[in-house]
Design a protein. Structure first.
Lengths: 219, 219
DNA sequence: ATTCTTTCGAATTTCGAAATTCTCGCCTAT
DNA sequence: ATAGGCGAGAATTTCGAAATTCGAAAGAAT
């Protein structure tokens, strides 16, 4: 979709994931048509795709709204992300070679450098944006050798939607400085040690902040 | 989407999942507009949604085609389905109550009855359609108490896409009669015994027919 | 005072046609 | 003979307006 409709999709998606659209806010094709220099029909196509992917919700004959959020929604997405990411890591640990290790190490190096630098300072938006991109790169590198395009695509959606909902409740993205540094190091170490279960455990700990009561056990 | 575009979406989806559209076949809005008594724009909206969900593929400026298939695609989807379904079953086993058990038992009863009756007979399309619906109902009942709308939605997509690809290579849906009867019984038994690991193992066996080499171990 | 109906402005959805882009056969030059 | 460019036809994409539907306010009836 390099077409106009695709460009609108990309811009809208970025704004939503960046927290620029309030949860539950109406997204009206005619209004957006002005901001994006496109017809209402083109906007609609973008909205339909965003709705199918879960970023917004579509009410028949009633238009589109940004997804509503809440702690339970965040935890549901976190749970799904853990599922996808532990499986992707498990597969990568089993299949990945030197290239995977190198990419993962590089991504972690960049991420750790940022997190280390951000420990003390005040957090401006630019830094957070950079950190979020590095965080994404690291987690994608972790599952990069899983061999399943479907898993990678699902992870990308889950990652962005997780960010979308977290940022809506907390603009600082729940940045936890030193803790994050340690958690990411744990994930990296387990992955390089080819310890799939340890890596899964480290990933679950990584999401503990968002955990809610779940009778399911390990989660 | 009770709108026209939504109706077209539903009909197209049914036809694709039922195997009525050859893999890789072009889906041209103008042509489809005649068959569905709708404008090309409305068809396009349906196609965009189908593409976002993975039933068809969208090539920018080059239209839409039914997803291409192959054994590796089938196994990738099977692998994803196993992931979703074992997790959904695990959660349901932990959270589900009497209602869940009752629904699951009922769904299995209907399915087993059909499979038992279909063991000897020749398979006509009507029977297969009925069996497929019962199969879906059983697998959905299995994860019905997982408590995650996202997991249920993903399972529905994965289930239908699995069927779409299997039916494309084998119109009999790989119906395996007596084996299926046993496999579904194993799944039910483990679920009712609240044995999450046993249930996961039974599910993995259920998909063994489609297995390909995967270095990942349990898979 | 409450509930039900009616009406009207606004938003969603759909359409048919225009504008853009792609595809493929044909022609030309090397 | 073959590679590369040209152009006609077809398909995709976009648009602006028409048709449908919704939501709320005003009015009537109990």
């Amino acid at each position: 979709m390099a077409a106009l409709s695709g460009a609108v999709y990309a811009r809208l998606r970025d704004e939503i994931v960046a927290g620029a659209v309030a949860p539950g806010a109406k997204l009206m094709p005619q209004r957006l048509a002005l901001r994006y220099a496109a017809s209402a029909a083109a906007i609609r196509e973008a909205l339909i795709r965003l709705a199918a992917e879960g970023f917004i919700e579509s009410l028949p004959q009633r238009g589109f709204r940004a997804a509503r959020t809440g702690p339970d929604v965040i935890w549901e997405i976190a749970h799904f992300r853990i599922l996808i990411e532990t499986e992707g890591a498990r597969l990568s640990i089993a299949r990945g070679g030197m290239e995977w290790e190198a990419n993962l190490t590089a991504a972690h190096h960049r991420l750790a450098h940022l997190e280390s630098r951000m420990r003390g300072e005040s957090l401006d938006a630019g830094q957070l944006r950079l950190w979020s991109a590095s965080d994404r790169a690291f987690h994608e590198a972790l599952i990069g050798a899983c061999g399943s395009a479907r898993l990678l695509a699902q992870h990308r959606l889950a990652f962005d939607q997780f960010k979308q909902h977290v940022i809506a409740l907390d603009p600082t993205l729940g940045f936890r400085g030193a803790e994050l540094l340690q958690e990411h190091a744990d994930i990296l170490q387990a992955a390089l040690a080819r310890d799939a279960e340890g890596c899964a455990a480290a990933l679950r700990r990584h999401f503990d902040t968002y955990r809610r009561v779940t009778p399911g056990g390990a989660g």
